[in-house]
Design a protein around this ligand. Structure first.
Ligand code: G3I
Length: 335
């Protein structure tokens, strides 16, 4: 049977998977699936600040190197995730750096990472999750150590630093909770568009919006027309759109495994059908591979309340393909 990467490539779409070094080491079937099914690897944690620069000016990139090398050696491309994020920060970054200290820290961090992988990264998530969760406060921007020290300009600076160090990577703003037809997600879409508008007007070297795609039906209904018109608005700014972290939280689905898997597959198929109907969407990455190795159950906000393990990924805990994998394949076939 053709791989997901091959089905996607036949439609001009890049398909990838996130993988961590721990997973590659501890669960060999995961790396095997990733290499067989995808055309792109995304290091799941290794490029985050706390992992990449745990001490001020002290970089630790062995784990990231190993994943980028694994991708290269197998003819896969790599996406860099992520340079500037309010989570996974070392403690010293959260102690209220001055403007000058933050400015130095940002340029060293971004310069070091982007130069190290220059020419080898398909794209970089330069700024991750910059929009305020409800989309309503502080001009729509999340209050982070970066915003506190530098104001909104931290975003433009981060992109400029990345572009200088790796002019070829597609520089991306990555964001979540953009797909549901609810007032609060509409505010998040508006805040995202406002920010993208400002960046494009200022000639910031941004080339794509990453839509994470952590699907969660508990957050509200999915309306394909609302989602598509948002994607079109982004594309009209001259930007590409990437689906960067696809998976599905099944906390509102029935306990019965077959029914749950069907519901997850149908929700995901409808989502991808809407996204892939837009010509600006030519990249899909899943945030993990098997239900045995998921972030979803480690998070109180996403795990089920009945104690059952959630089933967010394309492969089950025994690494067998699920209906969700079939739904993704079907979405590529009909794209
Ligand atoms: O590796 C250590 C282990 O040695 C230690 O014993 C254990 C104790 O807590 O922690 C382990 O590290 C954890 C790591 O995942 C590996 O499992 C970290 O605490 C934990 O914070 C980390 O969570 C990651 C999370 O981002 C925060 O960085 C998840 O794996 C990762 O899937 C998740 O991914 C994010 C994206 O980057 C951004 N979008 C949302 C997405 C899901 O939350």
């Amino acid at each position: 049977a053709p791989s997901l990467a091959a089905l996607a490539a036949a439609k001009g779409i890049v398909f990838g998977m996130a993988l961590t070094r721990d997973q590659a080491r501890d669960a060999p079937p995961l790396a095997a699936i990733a290499l067989a099914q995808s055309a792109m690897l995304v290091p799941g944690n290794e490029l985050k600040w706390v992992r990449a620069e745990p001490g001020l000016g002290r970089f630790a990139l062995d784990d990231a190197d190993a994943l980028v090398d694994l991708a290269d050696a197998n003819g896969l491309s790599t996406r860099g995730h992520t340079l500037v994020w309010h989570e996974a920060l070392p403690a010293w970054m959260e102690t209220g750096l001055s403007r000058a200290e933050m400015s130095t820290a940002l340029s060293r961090h971004i310069g070091t990472l982007c130069r190290r992988y220059a020419g080898r990264m398909h794209s970089w998530d330069v700024v991750n999750e910059a929009i305020e969760p409800s989309g309503a406060e502080a001009g729509g921007l999340r209050r982070t150590p970066f915003l506190a020290a530098l104001g909104e300009d931290y975003i433009a600076r981060a992109f400029a630093l990345a572009a200088e160090a790796d002019p070829d990577a597609i520089l991306t703003l990555n964001e979540y909770d953009l797909e549901r037809d609810t007032d609060w997600q509409a505010r998040r879409r508006a805040a995202t568009l406002d920010l993208l508008n400002r960046l494009v007007r200022q000639r910031v070297p941004i080339r794509a919006l990453g839509i994470q795609g952590h699907l969660d039906p508990a957050k509200g209904p999915f309306n394909p027309e609302v989602f598509r018109s948002f994607i079109r608005a982004v594309a009209s700014l001259g930007l590409s759109v990437f689906i960067t972290e696809l998976d599905i939280t099944d906390r509102t689905f029935p306990a019965d495994v077959a029914a749950r898997d069907r519901a997850a597959a149908e929700e995901t198929r409808a989502y991808l059908a809407a996204a892939l109907a837009e010509p600006s969407v030519r990249l899909v990455v899943t945030w993990g591979i098997s239900d045995a190795n998921s972030w979803v159950d480690g998070n109180p906000g996403t795990r089920r309340t009945d104690g059952l393990a959630s089933r967010p990924h394309l492969y089950d805990a025994a690494f067998r393909p699920k209906p969700l994998r079939g739904a993704v394949a079907e979405a590529f076939r009909s794209a």
